[in-house]
Design a protein around this ligand. Structure first.
Ligand SMILES: [Zn+2]
Ligand SMILES: [Zn+2]
Length: 105
């Protein structure tokens, strides 16, 4: 059982945490189905992105910040020739490195 800050995880508290988590996931799924957020798979985790337009991401490996990068900044590559007979409809690119804020330090 997880204990932190001297708080005990009682069965009642656990039930509240589980219910809250379910509510958060249900709400996120509802927002996704309504087209108000987009699911982004990043490093084994799922993030929900409020920016639903076509764009890419830059992830800072130091502070973990995720920045949106406009789709116009990355030219469309010849994915059709790379993937044989598959029909590519869209793509997302994740760039990884060190953000400008961390770079200055
Ligand atoms: Zn950073
Ligand atoms: Zn984004």
């Amino acid at each position: 059982m997880v204990e932190s800050c001297g708080l005990k995880m009682t069965p009642q508290r656990r039930a509240i945490v589980l219910t809250s988590r379910a509510t958060v996931y249900n709400t996120l799924n509802w927002l996704k189905e309504a087209g108000m957020v987009r699911e982004v798979f990043e490093g084994g985790f799922v993030r929900f992105d409020p920016n639903t337009s076509d764009h890419h991401h830059f992830v800072c490996r130091k502070c973990g910040k995720v920045e949106d990068i406009g789709s116009e900044l990355i030219s469309k590559m010849a994915f059709d020739t790379l993937t044989g007979n598959h029909k590519v409809e869209n793509f997302e690119i994740t760039l990884r490195g060190i953000c400008s804020g961390c770079h200055k330090q």
